[in-house]
Design a protein around this ligand. Sequence first.
Ligand SMILES: Nc1ncnc2c1ncn2[C@@H]1O[C@H](COP(=O)(O)OP(=O)(O)O)[C@@H](O)[C@H]1O
Ligand SMILES: [Mg+2]
Ligand SMILES: [Zn+2]
Length: 295
Amino acid sequence: MTNVNSTDDVDDELNFREQEEQMEKYGFYWMPVPRDKLIECPQHGWMPTYGMKCRACLHEREKQEQELKAHNEYIRRWNERKDYADIPPRFEKCELSTYQATLPKQIATLNFAQKFVAGFDTIYKGRCFIFSGQIGTGKTHLAIAIANALMRKEGFYVKYTTVSTMIRRVRATWRSDSEVSESEVLNRYAQPMLLILDEVGIQSGSDNELSILFEILNWRYMHRKSTIFITNLTRDKYISFLGARVIDRLREDGGEEIVFDWESFRPILGRQAKEAANHEQDLSNEVGSQIVVDN
Ligand SMILES: Nc1ncnc2c1ncn2[C@@H]1O[C@H](COP(=O)(O)OP(=O)(O)O)[C@@H](O)[C@H]1O
Ligand SMILES: [Mg+2]
Ligand SMILES: [Zn+2]
């Protein structure tokens, strides 16, 4: 096949097969053009021109620019969701894939998390969960892993906060020099599709704190938005902290408690870090001896 389609040697009849080939190869096809409108491109052979330049080259560049633009736009939207989520740097890298599950209960908990992500917008819509258990059992890790997985789905806004940070931020708007209004800040916690509310019940809530909490949770309940509550308290204690009004709403929406009743992961992390350091030391010893051998 030749790319030279000039009026001299091509019939009026369109060569559809050739057009299809062109389309597949270059992403566009061209009608027969006079010879003086053709250029011999080192990359594409004989090609029609546009503004004295090879049209295939121009087309390729345009495609690259579009791809770059789409990529930048994706990054921009991702950063927007990420800023909004407010995940502390320490937990940023928490993923379902790095959640180690060995005990049957841990495996079941991880399975639940995967199902929650998959059905977040459908079967789990508006469902709330309470992650309870001793410190170090991976409650925050798993909740943030869920948030990270959801954030990767376009358009899913999630937010992480501790109860005390949320209340402090709302209260800060009451100062006369506050740059944001109270309703703006309330909205930030009310709107996201998933809110992770960590450290529930760490301080005994004053009436004033509880009414801020209730206002946000009630709005979320009305609009069927999911919340994951994280607490080190036992059931009796977090029920008395959150109060009957909140608990009632949770129950109505099929809220469940997931108890993390296994040992803290922190000693395991310490052991794994030590092993990793030893392994690295072994590797560098190996490298060291190799260099000696090479000499
Ligand atoms: N099952 C697990 N797999 C991997 N890392 C874990 C696991 N459980 C906990 N961790 C890690 O242990 C540390 C403590 O976990 P964290 O989620 O803060 O516990 P909690 O919120 O229950 O107090 C974190 O660094 C977390 O990433
Ligand atoms: Mg935690
Ligand atoms: Zn070209």
